[in-house]
Ligand binder design. Structure first.
Ligand code: ZN
Length: 167
């Protein structure tokens, strides 16, 4: 496993629509392992392949609902949001590719994501709250969409506040 460099705006790859993964091979497994390690080291709660300059539809997410819980990890290939709740909620997001910025973004409260695991097996994940928010943020990255495109308000938080925020 290796830590990869996280690219930041205005890097072009962050604005491109990422390619669908067609080969579930060893390179894909390496990419996922590297993305998980890179996300943990950052630290962040999610990472999309374009953030490590790979224009492929791959995301990783790791998040614990409660601080004392063991975090749940996900790696989803070719993820698609197939169902969204009627309810939405506002929340504050940051992004490893947009340093020192946070914004208030409206997201669906719950979403269902389908895609494939690294073995190429179909997976379906039901998410709600913060986890749903993280997935929506990461899937957006695959279409070249950044949280700043959706934010109703963007600001620079004081440094000590940054440590508390996801991604
Ligand atoms: Zn991001």
């Amino acid at each position: 496993m290796a830590i990869r460099e996280i690219v930041t705006i205005p890097e072009d790859v962050l604005r491109r629509k990422a390619h669908k993964v067609t080969n579930f091979d060893k390179d894909l497994v390496t990419l996922i392992d590297d993305m998980l390690e890179t996300m943990r080291q950052a630290p962040g709660v999610g990472l999309a392949a374009p953030q490590v300059a790979i224009s492929q539809r791959v995301i990783v997410v790791e998040y614990a609902e409660e601080k004392e819980d063991r975090p749940k990890s996900f790696a989803v290939i070719n993820p698609e949001i197939i169902k969204t709740s009627a309810e939405t909620e506002l929340g504050v997001e940051g992004c490893l590719s947009i340093p020192n910025m946070v914004g208030e973004v409206e997201r669906f409260t719950s979403v269902v994501i389908k895609g494939f695991n690294k073995m190429g097996k179909p997976v379906k994940i039901k998410t709600t709250g913060w986890l749903a928010r993280i997935f929506q943020h990461e899937v957006d990255h695959l279409d070249g969409i950044l949280f700043t495109d959706r934010a109703t308000r963007i600001w620079q938080p004081p440094q000590e506040e940054m440590a508390e925020l996801p991604e």
